[in-house]
Design a protein around this ligand. Structure first.
Ligand SMILES: [Zn+2]
Length: 355
């Protein structure tokens, strides 16, 4: 099973490996290590607490699985960027001290993780198995945002915790990695304009809540209106708010995206797009309630990247939700498709208007 999947991945990657060097050398003007590819991964991303994660509808090892498929597809493990764990200081750019200290109580962690049994587990185990992986992933989004500005694009093989708010977590999201990354960039680049494109099946209410009221950032969100979190207050802060119904499939979904995203990009004219690429819109995802196929997801990712790259706008993709056992394979195939088709020298840095 694994071998079969690996050889299919190899078939995807072999023709495109030669393009990676061109793709990674085409954005930015800084001196860059050309042996690297702007994909961020840490072995510390995968979650696991005494096996209890098996009781959650989650592939807790999704980042590691995507990474392994990319390596099997031909990307040398040494070419990935490895993030640091995000510091308390950086988390405090968006979170309250009271919220961060509440995570020292297992009951609070259990509520956010939607794992009631976790309330019974010593906090040190939760820190090691859940909170630290998400701290590394948040560090990965911070690093990825910087890499996107240097390389023209970047992908963090985790992150996208879009339900976390300043003073609370929710929906398995502890740290608001996208707002942290945006605030970190603003420390040096106070004028930087950001468009967050959230295409996870769930509404990105935490991101909207934290970034609301700041004219330097706009949000574009397509999500299933019938599922968690149904946050009416957060909707008011989303400039491009596109709820859809349960059962939305490829044709309707992609038509909406193709009609609305270019307009949002033109109107907001961002210096950076952060793309929350949840795969829980997948037809067999137990949580998303939508009916988009694997081909639809790959077409979606390609369209978002073409929209950014074609306009020379740097883009960072984070993986967000989507934890079926098929998710990692779809993501790896999509990344292979992006590297082969969108990030090739024919479309990066030279051609305009790629969509
Ligand atoms: Zn989701």
């Amino acid at each position: 099973m694994e071998a079969g999947r690996g050889s299919r991945m190899a078939a995807v990657f072999v023709p495109i490996l030669a393009l990676i060097a061109h793709a990674t050398a085409s954005g930015g003007t800084d001196a860059m290590p050309t042996d690297k590819i702007p994909i961020v991964f840490s072995p510390r991303y995968d979650m696991g607490v005494l096996g209890i994660e098996r009781f959650h509808p989650f592939d807790a090892g999704k980042p590691g699985r995507v990474h392994r498929l990319l390596v099997e597809g031909g990307i040398d493990p040494g070419r990935f960027f490895i993030p640091e764990k995000v510091s308390d200081k950086d988390l405090l750019l968006v979170h309250t001290p009271g919220y961060l200290s509440s995570l020292g109580r297992s009951a609070a962690v259990a509520t956010i993780a939607e794992l009631p049994v976790a309330a019974l587990i010593p906090n040190a185990f939760l820190r090691r198995g859940l909170l630290d992986p998400m701290r590394y992933a948040t560090g990965g989004t911070v690093l990825g945002a910087n890499l996107a500005l240097r390389y023209g694009w970047a992908i963090n093989l985790s992150g996208g915790y879009h339900h976390a708010k300043a003073d609370t977590g929710g929906g398995f999201c502890f740290f608001a990695d996208i707002p942290v990354a945006v605030n970190k960039l603003w420390e040096d680049k106070a004028e930087l304009k950001v468009l967050v494109v959230d295409l996870d099946a769930h509404q990105g209410n935490g991101t909207a809540s934290i970034l609301s009221g700041d004219g330097r950032v706009h949000l574009f969100d397509i999500y299933n209106r019938d599922i968690y979190p149904r946050d009416g207050e957060a909707r008011r802060h989303v400039a491009y708010d596109h709820p859809v119904g349960s059962g939305t499939g490829d044709a309707e979904y992609l038509a909406l995206l193709r009609r609305e995203l270019p307009r949002a990009v033109e109107e907001t004219d961002p210096d950076l797009i952060i793309y929350n690429a949840g795969t829980d819109i997948f037809e067999r995802d137990p949580l998303g309630g939508m009916a988009v196929t694997d081909r639809g997801i790959i077409a979606r990712d390609e369209f978002v990247f073409r929209t950014a790259i074609g306009r020379h706008i740097p883009i960072l993709m984070v993986l967000s939700g989507g934890y079926t056992m098929e998710s990692a394979g779809i993501i790896a195939r999509s990344i292979g498709n992006l590297i082969g088709k969108v990030l090739s020298p024919d479309t990066t840095g030279r051609a305009g208007g790629g969509n």
